[in-house]
Design a protein around this ligand. Structure first.
Ligand SMILES: [Zn+2]
Length: 335
């Protein structure tokens, strides 16, 4: 299906040197617009013969750190300082970004669960197929900028995958990004992800989780620094060592999610009271928090316990929970 022609129209030349602001025109027939198009910004910045980096943001519309940093980068970067090409889609899932939702409001699909997409499918599937069929073949490196959005907050990190043949190169790029943590994933839940699809195509890939819950100056600055550091790491810009090394800060912690037991979920509907915060170390069986059963004041709360020892690398900011909502992720520190 990847070989089928995409219905997406593109109004820019990927080989044009300099900086070009263009658009993807994704067909979307609706009650309000019979031959309608959803117009998604794409920016190509090119100069010289260096590698091509593809940066995507806004795959989930409630994760704003990456889009803010990527839009700033596109406006501010001087193409003459580059040797190579950067293709940027700061707000790839634009309808979801405008709606501030994780899921695309046009078809109810999660863009990061439908890759490699379908050129004859719904809006989200068509968009994913275009990225795979037209942008991945141009790219040497893919970086997909996420965060925890409305419902999760991570220790800011870069995610790499353990069993890839280019693990060493991925780890070096992850260290260059400059986040305080590198999360080693074992592909526990990966069907339809952008990053797994680009890796399967043989492209060096990083996925960032830049905090979440609420945009902060620190996480946006980290995203901006990460962009700059990766350009340097992959030789698109000259200069000294990457910012993370230059600042003399502690090296990124390597943390692994060992199995699905690391994901702690609410057992009942109610209000979650956390006992621990991000970055705290736990023993197995330690109390993580409890769910108060709103409407049943007399019922004792349900306490949640750590299912394994480790570090709280992610937790849910909203107190309101339904059964099955992830309230915390526990990772195992590797170094
Ligand atoms: Zn996301």
């Amino acid at each position: 299906m990847v070989d089928e022609v995409s219905p997406v129209q593109v109004d820019l030349d990927f080989d044009q040197p300099g900086k070009t602001f263009g658009a993807l025109r994704v067909p979307h027939s609706s009650n309000d617009s019979a031959y309608g198009q959803i117009i998604i910004p794409i920016v190509v910045i090119g100069n010289g013969n260096g590698p091509t980096l593809l940066f995507t943001g806004g795959v989930h519309g409630d994760e704003s750190e990456g889009p803010i940093a990527l839009m700033s980068f596109c406006r501010e970067v001087d193409p003459n300082t580059l040797n190579g090409r950067v293709i940027v889609l700061p707000t790839l899932n634009l309808p979801a970004v405008h709606a501030a939702t994780r899921i695309c409001p046009l078809d109810g699909r999660d863009l990061n669960r439908v890759f490699p997409g379908d050129p004859r499918g719904s809006f989200t599937q068509v968009l994913a197929h275009y990225v795979v069929s037209s942008l991945f073949p141009l790219s040497d490196v893919v970086v997909d900028f996420h965060s925890g959005g409305h419902t999760l907050k991570y220790i800011p990190c870069v995610i790499i995958h353990k069993h890839r043949r280019d693990f060493t190169a991925s780890l070096a790029a992850g260290r260059a990004f400059g986040s305080p943590m590198i999360l080693i994933s074992k592909d526990l839940e990966t069907a339809g992800f952008l990053g797994n699809t680009s890796e399967a195509a043989g492209i060096l890939t990083l996925t960032c989780e830049l905090g979440g819950g609420m945009v902060s100056p620190g996480t946006v600055d980290l995203a901006k620094a990460g962009i700059s550091n990766l350009l340097r790491h992959f030789g698109l810009t000259a200069g000294g060592p990457a910012m993370s090394e230059r600042s003399g800060g502690p090296p990124a912690r390597l943390v692994e999610i060992v199995d699905l037991d690391g994901y702690v979920v609410a057992p009942k509907q109610g209000l979650y009271e956390p006992f621990v915060d991000l970055g705290e170390s736990l023993q197995k069986g330690a109390a993580l928090g409890r769910v108060h059963h709103a409407g049943h004041t007399w019922d004792p709360p349900s306490t949640l316990f750590a299912t394994r020892p480790g570090l709280v690398i992610c937790r849910r900011p909203p107190a309101h929970v339904h059964p099955g909502d992830c309230v915390a992720i526990i990772g195992q520190v590797v170094e």
